[in-house]
Design a protein around this ligand. Structure first.
Ligand code: PEP
Length: 249
């Protein structure tokens, strides 16, 4: 009943020629998949190029970040309106690399989430705990705090057309994946927390898993009842790996 979504986060990678090669290898096979939504999120400067390469290929275009502001004196920022104009339909918000490397806190992330929605973009809200937080047994309270910051600004209805990505920080780019059971437990916690506010929203919202998803571990993660696809970093840069992950969803 929830259509799976696999989104590729290219991070700070790509070039005009590499993007062309990757997208040409993806477009035909992805259009034949049918049962899964697929998106790619290149760096801002390549959005226009990749939008052209996505055309009619059944691949949605997303950005990796969005400004909390709409326009004005905010050097270096890119607004939701600009992303829409480039052809984006979704945007990653609150990725752990933004939170930990650039000091973006829960309140700032909530404002970015609101900006995405204001401009008609589907936010992919990333939540997840650090290794020390998992070891201290506070995973659920960290994830709850991150979710509640968005709910406080936007309300539960805002989640009805959003996507959540649970990404344990210790699993991102480390090759260390959460076990399907560990991931499912947090996904179920997130869904139950949303169900307390609105069971219908909780039933419908897609919750992706992210953190070292590879071609050989995707199927068992995606088989979990509350895992609705994945947010894929490193493995989204190689067409054969990304396609295998899309097929597993
Ligand atoms: C990510 O950047 O969101 C991610 C999950 O990265 P990786 O798949 O490389 O761990």
């Amino acid at each position: 009943m929830r259509r799976p979504l696999v989104a590729g986060n290219w991070k700070l990678n790509g070039s005009r020629s590499a993007n062309q090669t990757l997208m040409q290898a993806l477009v035909g096979p992805v259009s034949g998949l049918g049962k899964v939504d697929v998106a790619v999120c290149p760096p801002f400067v390549y959005l226009e190029q990749v939008a052209g390469l996505c055309r009619d290929g059944g691949i949605a275009l997303g950005a990796q970040d969005v400004s909390d502001q709409d326009n004005g004196a905010f050097t270096g920022e890119v607004s939701g309106d600009m992303l829409r104009e480039m052809g984006c339909t979704c945007v990653i918000v609150g990725h752990s690399e933004r939170r930990t490397l650039y000091g973006e806190d829960d309140a700032f992330t909530a404002r970015k989430f609101a900006a995405a929605r204001r401009h008609g973009l589907t936010p992919i809200l990333c939540v997840g705990e650090l290794l020390e937080e998992r070891e201290a047994g506070v995973t659920e309270s960290v994830v709850a705090r991150q979710l509640d910051a968005v709910l406080a600004v936007e309300g539960i209805e805002a989640l009805s057309d959003a996507v959540i990505a649970y990404e344990p920080v210790w699993a991102i780019g480390t090759g260390r994946t959460a076990t399907p059971e560990q991931a499912q437990a947090v996904h179920a916690f997130i869904r139950a927390r949303l169900a307390d506010r609105d069971p219908d929203v909780a039933r419908k919202v897609r919750i992706l898993y992210g953190g070292s998803v590879k071609a050989d571990n995707a199927a068992e993660l995606f088989a979990q009842p509350d895992i609705d696809g994945g947010l894929i970093g490193g493995a989204s840069l190689k067409a054969s790996d990304f396609l295998a992950i899309c097929k597993a969803a």
